[in-house]
Structures are given as C-alpha cells and as structure tokens.
Design a protein around this ligand. Structure first.
Ligand SMILES: *Cc1c(COP(=O)(O)O)cnc(C)c1O
Length: 245
C-alpha cells in the first residue's frame, strides 16, 4: 500500500464509483441480451497500475485480475498475495492475457491461474512444462485471431481445434474456452459472433471449455450480446493508463 491513508481513501472512492458504473453496464447489457449477470465474470485488468490499486479493488470485492506482461505481473502479484495472506484475506484469480513468448511461459505457469492468450502449440508445451515444475494446474483459453492477422496474437479459427487438442492432451492444463480482442476498426458484434462460432465448435468436443472471454472497456456490451462469460476491463475502472510503451 502507499501508506498514505487519505490518498488511499480518495482512490478507493474513485475505484468504487468506476466499478459500480461497470457493474451497471453489465447489468443493463445482460438485461438487453436476455442473460443472467451471474454467469458473467468481470476480470479487472490492472496492467500499469500498482499493487496498491489491486489491494483496493480486492477490498471492493474484485477477485479476478488480468495482467499482460510477465515481469510486471509476477512481481506485483507476489506482493499482493503476500499482503492478502498475511491479513488472512481470500486469494484471487490471476488471468494472464498478454502475448507470451515460450521462454517466459514456465515463469508465468508459476503464478498465473488462467492463461487466456494461448495461440500456438509451442506455447502449450512450454506452459505444460512450467506447470509440471511448479506442480500447478493451469486453466487455459485459446486466443483466437478474428482478422486473419496473427501478428497481434491469436490462432486462426480454422486452426483452433488442433490447438485445443494439444491443450487437452496435457494433464496439468485445463482447456476452458476461448478469448479474443475485437480487431481495431472492426465491428465488434461481427467479430464476437465469429468467436462464438469457434467456441461452439470447441465446446462440442470439450464440454468443459465453455468460457468466452470477449469485451473490454469499449465493447463489453457487444461481448455480452455474443455469449461472453468473461469481460476484461481496465480503463473504465482504473482510468487511462500511463503513456503506453
Ligand atoms: C489491456 C487489455 C484489456 C483491457 O482493455 P481496456 O480497454 O483498458 O478495458 C483487455 N484485454 C487485453 C488482452 C488487454 O491487453
């Protein structure tokens, strides 16, 4: 924590307001889509923000957090988990949502609970090896590329089933579903409808793979219209990130 109690109270109030507004959007979006908000998990993306914000969000009841860079995530959440455990507070679930090099995968396997950005077999093998050394189970989502441009990460829809098979063949990896980011400039409804089709195909073979992670600050309503079970929201809760690298 910052040790500045007054500062913490101001930030807490701000986070509480923003979180409330996002929960309102989710409630409205679910009502419009004829869905039950209880089937939707909000993953709060805390990249670029300090451990103190994670702890304040935890106080506000958030239990699912998302991070996209290995070094930052590893350090921040080691600190957060130590504070929570010393205070006897409940643990959290950490989602790794960023592009991942296979040489970093074993490290991520040591602290992440869910890896949402699995997009190639080499990464599957590296995560499985890391999970084995760390003696941990990992939940895995396949990141699907919805614009045919895999340079920003993601497996092509037509290759997703093969990748699903490779995850399912690894004992310590639990295939839970799919994730996508709507392509820049694209209609998120079209993109997420395609993701839903891919998800249906995979779930037909792997019934436990029912998660769909789709929707961020700008397009969470579109995610909800197309079956999202997980929303990844950063800016709308924490504010704009310090200038991007
Ligand atoms: C940063 C990030 C988010 C959150 O985006 P916001 O627009 O800040 O809500 C969601 N998903 C991924 C993969 C991200 O990298």
């Amino acid at each position: 924590m910052t040790g500045d109690a007054a500062g913490d109270e101001v930030r807490l109030a701000q986070l509480r307001d923003n979180l409330g507004a996002v929960h309102d959007r989710i409630a409205r979006g679910c009502a419009e889509a004829g869905r039950d908000p209880a089937e939707v998990t909000l993953v709060v993306v805390t990249k670029y923000f300090p451990a103190s914000d994670v702890l304040l969000l935890h106080r506000l009841g958030v239990r699912d957090f998302g991070e996209n860079r290995d070094q930052e995530a590893g350090e921040k959440f080691r600190e957060v988990r130590q504070v929570l455990s010393e205070a006897g507070e409940p643990d959290l679930t950490l989602h790794f949502i960023g592009q991942l090099q296979s040489n970093k995968a074993p490290h991520v396997a040591g602290y992440a609970d869910v890896v949402e950005s699995v997009d190639r077999v080499k990464l599957v093998t590296a995560l499985a090896k890391g999970a084995h050394s760390a003696d941990r189970h990992l939940q895995v989502l396949l990141q699907v590329s919805l614009d045919g441009d895999t340079s920003r990460g993601g497996v092509l829809p037509e290759d997703a089933m093969t990748l699903a098979d490779s995850v399912a063949a690894q004992g310590l990896l639990e295939l839970r579903g799919v994730m996508a980011v709507a392509p820049l400039g694209a209609d998120p409804d079209e993109a997420f409808a395609r993701l839903h089709d891919v998800a249906d195909g995979i779930r037909a073979r792997y019934p436990q793979a029912g998660w769909i992670s789709a929707g961020m600050s700008g397009d969470l309503e579109a995610g909800l219209r197309h079956g999202a079970t997980h929303l990844r929201v950063g800016t709308a809760i924490l504010g704009s990130r310090p200038s991007l690298l």
